[in-house]
Design a protein around this ligand. Structure first.
Ligand code: ATP
Ligand code: MG
Length: 625
């Protein structure tokens, strides 16, 4: 735990300091990865609070992934800023909507359309006579999400979709019909999807002056991290929050735009000064996160990008001491790659790198399982990032039920010691103060431990904002529901397995970028130049997560014995420094066993599969027993 600085500007470089201590009003930080953007804004919040410019409870900091929001919260807590809100856009909107809802819509019960979205899209597709296979429904749902993120309704969808060359394989008019029908079915059933959270909150603020007044009195200072990934719907919500005020600090890196397919755009970041000509603008190019070796690689990756706007042309300069060179390794197949990664993880841990400081990052979630298995086989504790999984884990579901039941019989004062009360509920399910040794028990424990840690966080946050009131189990359960809805993952200490998207804004001592083969990075369905450039930025995000150790790997086929049918990622070409030895080809474990097989009679190594069966080389008599 770092020492809390006496002065929030301590330990900032001149540019960071200028941004953190800028007068209230619009501030724009354009900066590369690892240059201290998140550090600068959290220090800015601490500075404004310490100077008495705002109360912590008047600050709303937003970002895009639950993990990044957690990171903001953690850093604010370290700085001693209690009570400032740091959330994802969706979680912030959900919370506000819950509060305003009765006034805006009355008593009617609406529910969050959680796991059943595809079913509803399926009903809509069926009515429009489109196929209802899961893949099709996923594409349709994604397209509806894109349209809503871009504030494009069903009527306008066909024209806009044509203009933006959206193509999910069905005529845009039909997609629009599905979109329209889906919205209608959803409203009839009084359901809200995630995008509705943003849209309805915006509408409440835009159309109900009372609501807007109350909200704007409460929040006075807005901060957006990762601003390069804002969608039009989110920007509109931000504008509704601001209501014409300009007390907003944005930070972002246009080279890290990785959600443009979903409607995100770096344009508001790049055009911020046009909108606010009086803005304080700061560029950060000193990289504090990574060794010069990693920084150099990152610069190479991004310098290959096409059509970079001026605001994105940053050249990172490494500030840390030298570290090991990034490694490049090729494998025959994925299990071999995963086994080697798990082995290397163990070595790093033996060298003293904590498991929580190691991450394995991949392009698609389906890759996770191979690595989960390899790490489990190697006895390495790990956690999978991506909140959905957590709240659907059996022990977590059971715990939620138990907590809900306990909250029903809770005393009228509340609960003096919420974490202890939560611990008491969790104990019969397998939680205790010490981590158990066995695999399954440990897995279960880690889920419950995360709930316990959340209770601690919740109680601390509650104490900071409530005046003497006690937290209740019921409120804690409501908070969990909200997190489950907004997919907030909790922190548990193990090796992190995460998709590149989920890794944004985070950092680890050691990062393994795996599966860097054509078809995966860039992903097969990225066919346009724009889509490929987005894949490159995603790769850049991955590279820039590493503080010290960076290992890049790929395999030539998916399964052992499969034909090598794919090359390494095009983004790797020209990356290995000239004097780096040619990438080593490592064999899969199965092939290795085969190669090690020797003749049962003379001990000479055996070459081919046939001989392995017999267990004798061609010169010796066959083993007839
Ligand atoms: P990303 O683009 O990945 O979100 P970022 O710009 O938000 O990165 P931070 O996460 O704030 O970068 O900082 C990267 C690392 O560098 C952190 O470990 C942070 O503590 C450290 N750091 C930032 N600024 C300084 C500084 N002035 N002195 C020392 N360390 C710093
Ligand atoms: Mg950041």
């Amino acid at each position: 735990r770092p020492v809390r600085p006496e002065d929030p500007l301590d330990g900032l470089d001149p540019e960071q300091r200028a941004a953190a201590s800028a007068p209230r009003g619009p501030v724009c930080v354009l900066a590369g990865a690892g240059t201290g953007k998140t550090r600068t804004i959290t220090r800015r919040i601490a500075y404004l609070v310490r100077q008495g410019h705002v109360a912590p409870t008047q600050v709303l900091a937003v970002t895009f992934t639950a993990r990044a929001a957690g990171e903001l919260r953690a850093r604010l807590r370290q700085l001693g800023v209690e009570g400032a809100q740091a959330r994802t856009f969706h979680a912030a909107a959900l919370r506000q909507l819950r509060y305003f809802w009765p006034r805006v819509v009355g008593d009617a019960q609406w529910e969050l359309l959680d796991g059943n979205k595809l079913r509803l899209v399926g009903h809509a597709a069926n009515k429009v006579a489109l196929p209802t296979e899961t893949e099709v429904l996923r594409d349709l749902a994604g397209e509806i999400e894109w349209a809503k993120a871009c504030l494009v309704g069903p009527d306008d969808y066909p024209a806009v979709a044509k203009e933006r060359r959206r193509d999910i394989g069905y005529p845009v008019e039909q997609v629009a019909d599905v979109y329209y029908t889906y919205e209608r079915l959803k409203n009839d059933r009084r359901l809200l999807d995630f995008d509705d959270l943003l849209l309805h909150t915006t509408a409440a603020l835009e159309e109900y002056p009372e609501v807007a007044r109350e909200f704007r009195e409460r929040y006075r200072c807005f901060v957006v991290d990762e601003y390069q990934d804002i969608t039009p719907a989110q920007q509109r919500l931000l504008d509704a929050w601001l209501g014409g005020r300009d007390d907003v600090t944005v930070v972002g890196d246009a080279n890290q735009t990785i959600y443009s397919f979903g409607g995100a755009s770096p344009r508001p970041l790049l055009e911020f000064t046009r909108r606010y000509p009086n803005a304080t603008v700061v560029r950060l190019e000193r990289d504090y996160r990574s060794t010069p070796q990693v920084v150099e690689l990152a610069n190479r990756v991004i310098s290959g990008a096409r059509g970079r706007p001026a605001g994105a042309r940053l050249r990172l300069v490494g500030q840390r001491p030298d570290g090991p060179r990034p490694t490049f390794s090729e494998y025959d197949d994925e299990p071999a790659e995963a086994a080697a990664v798990a082995q290397r993880v163990r070595e790093l841990m033996a060298e003293g790198v904590p498991a929580g400081e190691i991450a394995v990052l991949f392009r698609v979630n389906a890759q996770s399982e191979t690595y989960e298995r390899a790490l489990a086989d190697a006895g390495v504790p790990y956690q999978v990032r991506g909140g959905e999984r957590f709240f659907s884990r059996p022990e977590v579901r059971k715990a939620m039920t138990a907590l809900r039941a306990a909250s029903a019989s809770e005393p009228e004062v509340g609960t003096a010691d919420l974490p202890t009360a939560v611990g008491r509920v969790l104990a019969p399910l397998g939680w205790g103060p010490r981590q158990p040794v066995g695999g399954a028990a440990r897995e279960r424990w880690s889920g419950l431990q995360a709930l316990y840690e959340l209770a601690q966080d919740f109680a601390a946050e509650f104490a900071a904002v409530s005046e003497g009131e006690q937290p209740t189990l019921a409120r804690y359960v409501a908070e969990l529901d909200q997190r489950a809805a907004a997919q907030h993952p909790p922190a548990v200490d193990g090796v992190t397995l995460a998709s590149l998207h989920a890794a944004k804004g985070l950092e680890w001592d050691a990062v393994f970028l795996v599966g860097l083969a054509e078809g995966t990075v860039p992903i097969q369905h990225a066919t346009t130049e724009d889509a490929i450039e987005e894949e490159r930025r995603l790769f850049y995000v991955g590279v820039t997560r590493a503080r010290e150790h960076l290992a890049l790997s790929w395999s030539l086929s998916r399964l052992p014995g499969g034909r090598p049918h794919r090359g390494r990622s095009r983004f790797l070409h020209g990356l290995a420094p000239e004097d780096e030895p040619a990438p080593r080809v490592r064999r899969s474990s199965r092939r290795r066993t085969r190669e090690r097989a020797v003749c049962g009679a003379c001990g000479r190594p055996l070459g081919t599969t046939l001989e392995i069966k017999i267990g004798r080389c061609a010169d010796c008599p066959p083993d007839i027993d």
